[in-house]
Design a protein around this ligand. Sequence first.
Ligand code: TLP
Length: 344
Amino acid sequence: MNRISDFRSDTVTRPTEKMRRSMAEAAVGDDVLGDDPTVQVLEAAAAAVMGKEAALYVPSGTMGNSIAVKAWTRELEEVIVEEKSHIYNMESTQMTFISRVTPRPLRSTRGAMDPDDVRRNIRKASVHTPRTSLICLENTHNSWGGAVVPISNIKAIREVAVEHGVKVHIDGARIFNASRASGVPVREYAALADSIQFCLSKGLSAPIGSVLAADRETIGLARRLRKALGGGMRQVGVIAAPGLIALTEMADRLGEDHARAKRLAEAIAGLPGVFLDPATVETNIILIGFDHPRLTVAQFLAELERRGVLALAVFGGIRFVTHKDVDDADVDRGIAAFREILKD
Ligand code: TLP
């Protein structure tokens, strides 16, 4: 089997030819010394797109989130997180490991926490309790199957945060997917947060990198924190150049990924063992509950792989993600594999 249809994540996308050329041709300098022109262009463009004063290029989404948490908190403080969020579950405990703060996970409806619940959980410092200094939101929400958190919910949480002097950080790893699905410009989401992290290396298809955007002073601190975490990079223009293409040229095509995810979801919903409501597929992530009399998740994934289709086992099921490097033929192949394996 030559061609692999890889639905494991939108992180598997390969750089386009134009991105590869941009890498070869990128003007570079030493970014730790502050003179890489390409990363400067990328950071300025990212700040402008997000409507923030400044932005910092970082090697990964995890580092962008880690720096944000460190910038907005001190030891003996607490951070409100959504219980299924990436920042809380999937970043190797960065919050406690790096910032030495306690996460306070709250339930949500598809990633949208109840603003009253958030208000009730904001705590003041006492001899027993930590002060809440930060609320972290995620949009789109990965573990809620790429759900778009409504702007009205983010606004309401922002109001609670302002009322209590608490900062808001958005993990916008896939904020461009949220924007494409909702029609809300990314800068409107960013305006409701003190900082926003977004990934160039997921749906936007750059090989490496994320950006943290915020006010100028916080980005100054973030630059020092990035260095302290080992993320100060030298001739970084070679990776910032494809990042600039990702930022300026790749968001327009995300609708294709969303349409393909929907088509795949509609075709497999209702097959034996598959638990999926296609109406919940809003962007490029499909979370499938799987409970089959004959096959475990691992056996089913192995059967898919035999047919050249890759997906990931996630808690309680299977995840398919559409992206630039899976086309309609890959979706057809995925659907055919599901039907063949699950036929009675
Ligand atoms: N998500 C990855 C895995 O870690 C699960 C994926 O394949 O989806 N925030 C969100 C919402 C993310 O989904 C991810 C990566 C990150 C942050 C971290 O980004 P990286 O991998 O660049 O550190």
